[in-house]
Design a protein around this ligand. Structure first.
Ligand code: G3H
Ligand code: 13P
Ligand code: ZN
Length: 331
């Protein structure tokens, strides 16, 4: 049993309260390896931003939960070494699917967990979320719940359609579970193909323009839960310049499309205080690696392609913090 406080990590409570009041959002970046972790920490230190390092089930399968936790512990020391006196780093379980998974993360030093009961019935979702909250709060670990279903791929669960969160349910859910933040569904989705072309229009240049997010649902949720921290998953913007680089150097990403950044800026000004970004980092790294492989086919030192991938991911993280979420200088 390890408590996150002994590792120098923090939970989300104060961070979210300040973000809701201040009209900005904390970046929640997924990490699976050392290069992503380094890029996230460098970007957050250079912008003086709090940050959430999040670990999915896929990440735990790929990299091992123990290694990822030690990397997060290392991240705190790394941030200090880079000149940040008091880093605010959360280690968060992304899309926890069972009480047991959440408990194992709490016991192992995570400072925040998500229990994703969004595919269950309302009452089942309440029951499992409440159980996680009761356990996590004993150790001052904060808990994110979810109501509403995002379209797209979440680990091995594929949802064809999203079901927007029902604003009339949010107050009861939060009251009955005691969760600290709530992920809602307003039209975002996971992955790099968030909308089918037939859901989009085309602009003058022939580029796909996605339908807008359902801000009326967000506003109604905020009205029913004044000042309560709201979370948006599936919030990558799928930068078209990265897609172009990937496709120029041998990739085949068709109709990739994300959430326009102006809509995320608008959300960040509201009670949305955590914005989840994973796919954009994957795209930034893939674009950089493909470019090296295409232009320097004799290169075989992983540092020579993972290094540029890390640099490109860092550029992306800084852009999100500085130009989209508004969390710079909030340490
Ligand atoms: O919510 C989904 C995240 O992007 C994590 O995806 O399970 O492939 O790591 P993953
Ligand atoms: P993206 O696929 O849009 O990056 O979403 C990531 C996410 O929601 C992780 O929980
Ligand atoms: Zn998610």
């Amino acid at each position: 049993m390890v408590n996150y406080k002994d590792l120098g990590l923090v939970n989300t409570r104060d961070m979210f309260a300040k973000a809701v009041k201040g009209g900005y959002a904390i970046p929640a970046f997924n990490f699976n390896n050392m290069e992503q972790m380094q890029a996230i920490i460098q970007a957050s230190v250079e912008t003086s931003s709090p940050v959430i390092l999040q670990v999915s089930k896929g990440a735990r399968n790929y990299a091992n939960q123990t290694l990822l936790r030690y990397m997060a512990q290392g991240a705190v020391e790394y941030a200090k070494e880079l000149g940040c006196e008091k880093p605010q780093i959360v280690l968060h379980l992304d899309h926890g699917d069972t009480f047991e998974t959440c408990k194992s993360c709490v016991d192992f030093g995570f400072s925040s967990v998500m229990i994703d009961g969004s595919s269950l019935s309302f009452d089942e979702n309440v029951a499992v979320t409440k159980k996680v909250v009761e356990y996590a709060h004993k150790f001052d670990v904060t808990v994110e719940g979810e109501l509403g279903v995002l379209a797209g791929v979440e680990d091995d669960v594929v949802a064809e359609e999203h079901t927007y969160t029902r604003p009339e349910e949010v107050e009861e859910f939060v009251r009955r579970t005691g969760c600290d933040s709530l992920a809602i569904s307003i039209g975002t989705s996971h992955g790099a193909n968030k909308f089918k072309p037939e859901q989009c229009t085309r602009n003058a240049e022939g580029m796909l323009v996605p339908p807008p997010l359902e801000f009326s649902v967000l506003e109604a949720c905020e009205k029913n839960l004044p000042g309560f921290p709201i979370v948006l998953h599936g919030s990558s913007s799928v930068p078209q310049e990265e897609i172009a680089t990937i496709n120029k150097y041998g990739g085949a990403m068709k109709d990739a499309i994300g959430i326009p950044e102006d809509q995320l800026r608008r959300a960040a000004k509201s009670a949305v205080c955590k914005i989840n970004i994973d796919s954009d980092s994957r795209l930034a790294m893939t674009a950089a690696i493909r470019e090296v492989f295409a232009l320097k086919p004799a290169e075989f030192d992983p540092r020579k392609y993972l290094g540029p991938a890390r640099e490109n991911a860092k550029k992306l993280y800084k852009h999100k913090i500085l130009d989209v979420l508004g969390s710079a200088n909030k340490l």
